[in-house]
Design a protein around this ligand. Structure first.
Ligand code: FAD
Ligand code: DHB
Length: 390
């Protein structure tokens, strides 16, 4: 098979790029290791910055997001029983975020690709990237016993943190920056009314807690847990008890509990791979960088990569202009590092660290007190949370 752009990974990054390019008449094939059902079962991000929402609309996939998603103009930070509302609208020149689940937007992207007869090949195994430094790279993969080959101009590595694309860049070229945090997030989805109309990020001596939502009847909660914990250690009753203990009393008193419909533990990690281009291969999204989820930057950082790549490929195919492709890595990484800094800062400010000493604890407390008392500090938080410009 021959295509212009072969995209490895059918997560939000890969599907979004495929859809945007298709609308401009550029041919793509998407290779996905899992089945569609599996991809759509994964519960991940919930908060979209306005730039991501705009990209969904540009991809002609924003209709349901605009109908069912919730616009949030602010969120709550709780600390030592006190609460502070961060007014996103006020501090970011009228910007806001959209609460709309990654599962739903992935479904919308799949449906759009189906409507346009986009090629997405699922359940591919043993994907291999070849001749990356040539102008004629190709990809091979296996489905069952059959081995297939795709010739293309460019390969996009949008296959997440555990994908094959980044690993295809020689170790002598790839520079990796990593920070692993000594805890994870236990997430619970429940068919209950959310405890608060706006998200609540709570710092507590017992550990961080987050109250989020997917709709007015679907809640998403997280608590910080040690890395050694398993799902079996957290029956529903224990989870709800622990969540309540970490929230300010008046919020805890309103919490409606119910059976969990999904429960998972995600370790927290900060990671960046540089460069994001190697010959004909371009990395995008989690394949190149990971943030701890505090601050909701993961999916949103993927969106800016896709924005840059989309415009770079467009300039190449429409005007034979390679400037965007040649500067992609540098441009994408500049924004990636800002998301890294913000996510690290939010994580450090809001979690309890097992190894922290009194000095670290005082600094953390001061950080929160400064945030609570300074409009400038809240402004900087808001500017990053709604998303820096692409
Ligand atoms: P992915 O969504 O990882 O998609 C990559 C795709 O590539 C997958 O479908 C995978 O099956 C496929 N693939 C992998 N290897 C291969 C291969 N060899 N061949 C073909 N296909 C392959 N972000 C937030 O902002 N808020 C959150 O609450 C949040 N929670 C998260 C929880 C978890 C458990 C994880 C893992 C991530 C979370 N994130 C969160 C981050 C956010 O979900 C990601 O940033 C986002 O999914 C990135 O999209 P992506 O398309 O780049 O990568
Ligand atoms: C969600 C996850 C986040 O990491 C975050 O900062 C906000 C919301 C969520 O899953 O709803």
């Amino acid at each position: 098979m021959k295509t212009s752009v072969c995209i490895i990974g059918g997560g939000p990054s890969g599907l979004m790029l495929s859809q945007l390019l298709h609308l401009k008449g550029i041919d793509t094939v998407v290779l996905e290791r899992q089945s569609r059902e599996y991809v759509l079962r994964r519960i991940r991000a919930g908060v979209l910055e306005h730039g991501f929402a705009a990209l969904m609309r540009e991809a002609q996939c924003g209709e349901r997001m605009d109908r069912e998603g919730e616009i949030h103009d602010g969120f709550i930070i709780a600390h030592n029983g006190k609460q502070r509302r961060v007014d996103l609208h006020k501090y970011s020149h009228g910007s806001s975020v959209v609460v709309y689940g990654q599962t739903e937007l992935t479904r919308d992207l799949y449906e759009a690709r189906d409507r346009m007869n986009g090629i997405i090949i699922h359940n591919v195994e043993d994907v291999q990237l070849h001749d990356l430094l040539s102008a004629n790279p190709h990809v091979t993969y296996r489905t069952g016993d059959e081995v297939a080959r795709i010739d293309c101009d460019y390969i996009i590595g949008a296959d997440g943190f555990h994908g094959v694309s980044r690993k295809s860049i020689p170790k002598t070229v790839l520079k990796e920056y990593e920070k692993v945090y000594p805890f994870g997030w236990l997430g619970v989805l429940s068919r209950t009314r959310p405890v608060s109309p706006e998200l609540v990020y709570a710092r507590h001596d017992r550990g961080f807690a987050l109250c989020s939502l997917r709709s007015q009847v679907l809640s998403r909660y997280y608590i910080q847990v040690p890395l050694t914990d398993n799902i079996e250690d957290w029956p529903d009753d224990k989870f709800w008890d622990e969540l309540k203990r970490r929230l300010p009393e008046e919020i805890a008193a309103r919490l409606v509990t119910g059976p969990s419909i999904e429960k998972s533990i995600a370790p927290l990690r900060s990671y960046v791979a540089e460069p994001m281009r190697y010959g004909s291969l371009f990395l995008a999204g989690d394949a190149a960088h990971i943030v701890p989820p505090t601050g909701a930057r993961g999916l949103n950082s993927a969106a800016s990569d896709i924005y840059y790549l989309y415009h770079a490929l467009l300039a190449h195919y429409q005007n034979n202009d390679n400037t965007g492709l040649d500067t992609y890595s540098e441009k994408a990484l500049a924004r990636v590092w800002k998301a890294q800094r913000f996510s690290w800062w939010m994580t450090t400010m809001l979690h309890t660290f097992p190894e922290s000493n009194f000095y670290d604890q005082k600094l953390q407390q001061t950080d929160l007190e400064y945030l609570f008392s300074s409009e400038m500090a809240q402004g900087a938080l808001a500017e990053n949370y709604v998303g820096l410009p692409f």
